[in-house]
Design a protein around this ligand. Sequence first.
Ligand code: AMP
Length: 378
Amino acid sequence: MTFEDLKIIKPILQAVQEIGYNTPSPIQQQAIPVILAGSDLIGCAQTGTGKTAAFAIPALQRITANNTAGGRSPRVLVLTPTRELAGQISENFTSFSKHLKVRQALIFGGVSAVNQIATLKKGVDVIIATPGRLLDLARQNQISLKEIEILVLDEADTMLDMGFINDIKKILAFLPTKRQTLFFSATMPASIRKFATSILRQPQEVNVNPVSSTAVLIEQSVYMVEKTDKPAFLVKILRGRRTEQSLVFTRTKYGADRLVKVLKKHGFFAAAIHGNKSQNARQKALADFRNGEIQILVATDIAARGIDIEELPHVINYELPEVSETYVHRIGRTGRAGKTGFAVSLCSSEERKSLDSIQKLIGNKIKVARLTQTRNSA
Ligand code: AMP
């Protein structure tokens, strides 16, 4: 199947070709026709499946085709949990609308609202926002959401995990009830499904790459390492993979900062990305990692969710997550677009239980690896 087969209009098709996408990904093949037909959609898909294009392309096409609104009130609203993710979605919209006259605003907290308000005042077609700041602006009448035709809830499970449910419900009250709603979530537990059904109308359902399945191209291994030995052990692993970039996960923000200190002491270019860092610090760390100035990015789960870095060869679970599905999300950062990725986990005796539940979820035993002379000073 090609993008032409999906009846994408010329200006978007041209942009898609320029970006270099040849074939629509499975979620795009399934979701684009449904969205173009105007149906509500519930999509179970993780980051890495091409889900952003799966909603951005048809949303842009619909507002272009039906360009009746004279003024410039926003017609597409995308809600997403983190600033990083909002930034990436915005980049996607910018790329796909390169040959269209579409204006967008990126709205998120943690920075002054002055520039965001100024952009809104000029008139925009698409808003990509995190819920808290959007709600503030809606309450202050800085933004009108009355003309929204398409609402996208992206990473709905993360938004709910992060406690955004009330903000989202309040935002819904500012939107017209007659609209198209597209609901994407990486996981679909009963609570999420219930919320989805409460806001969707006769949705079509698409499922891609369920969260219990890890990409086949990811080579997974686990080292049994006690907590106190982990810093030295990690340094050893990273030395063994010197030239490559790694994304390292810790459970806590404090743990991430502490680990960065250890890594720097050992001569690595490392930075942490987590919720306590300022917006600028997070964006800089991400940009430095993308352009190769930083070898090791140490992240907590929420900060890392949605990070899209091309060709990331290694994901290291310095600590195993308590929630097994998080493991799948974490290692989904590697092994993308047909490339082999490596996911390495360090498991202490306290974490055995977490390892057991992860293996149960993915339906596989993770290969136990060994490193010789593991103990040295870190
Ligand atoms: P997403 O799931 O939206 O975060 O997308 C993950 C990655 O896949 C991004 O780097 C996209 O640029 C890339 N991507 C999305 N759709 C396609 C496609 N049809 N062909 C190739 N790459 C794609």
